[in-house]
Design a protein around this ligand. Sequence first.
Ligand code: SAM
Length: 281
Amino acid sequence: MKTVKQYITSLYESDLPEILKKYPGLKLSRLLDEYCFYSSKFSHEYLPGLESEFSSKIFKGIPLEYISKNSFFYRSNFFVDKRVLIPRSETEILVENSIEYIKKNHHDNFKVAEIGVGSFALGLSILCDISKRVYFWGGDIDPCALEVAHINLFKLRSKINPKTKVKLALSDRLGAVDEKFDFIVSNPPYIKEKQDKAGVHPQTDKFEPHIALYLPDESYDHWFADFFSQVSEKLCAKGAFFMEGHEDSLSHLQKIGLKYSSKVLVKKDYTGRDRFLQAYK
Ligand SMILES: C[S@@+](CC[C@H](N)C(=O)[O-])C[C@H]1O[C@@H](n2cnc3c(N)ncnc32)[C@H](O)[C@@H]1O
């Protein structure tokens, strides 16, 4: 009988070109780790058939994080499934910049909002790191995503300042909010459905929620103009807004953003591509 390690190794080597097509750059060690997460969800006893169930998911090209129901992001493991976008490594830069801003500008009644929480990986990573007490409002337009956000809040609650209040709500951008915030962060959907689709990996398009990825080309500018206008209305005097966006759209969005903010900067990711906007009231 094969050991689990031998089984996963022979799965990996059985059709490596096909596996790499679906999972670019996948290393055997990563596949073994994902299998450990996957199998740990079931039982501590040996379950016959679990390895073959795992390999059939692999050959369907289901994202590894959806198979193992786990995604490591910034400094924590998050529960993920098909209801939410898998958090991306470039968003960790947004976490770092947000933490830096909040630590520098924090006061006793500091209020933070996130638009489009999804798995809540971005907001929770910030909350786990800042250690200071804040009030946090997180919204999402998708009730299914909010269910996952609640799971992760429950999972990581003990890592957050116990005096921090977190409210999660169903909301189209900031439409359901009446209060003002010192800092607003967002990684909104930012891929143009038609123009940018060719640059999206087929597995992402096939398995991840389209509501988290795409906006219609025709209403893209209008959607962001509304978005910036809501943000400007809900930011306190001297507040700041940080967001992630598409490399080809950010300089254009900067111009739209300048109609609603005194200063808007475009920041790059580690590959040197435009990736973030930082707007100041
Ligand atoms: C790119 S995902 C980001 C998820 C998570 N914050 C992250 O960084 O991994 C975008 C999220 O925005 C939500 N969303 C899409 N349109 C929205 C809208 N009009 N208002 C609020 N949330 C929206 C999606 O449901 C999705 O959860």
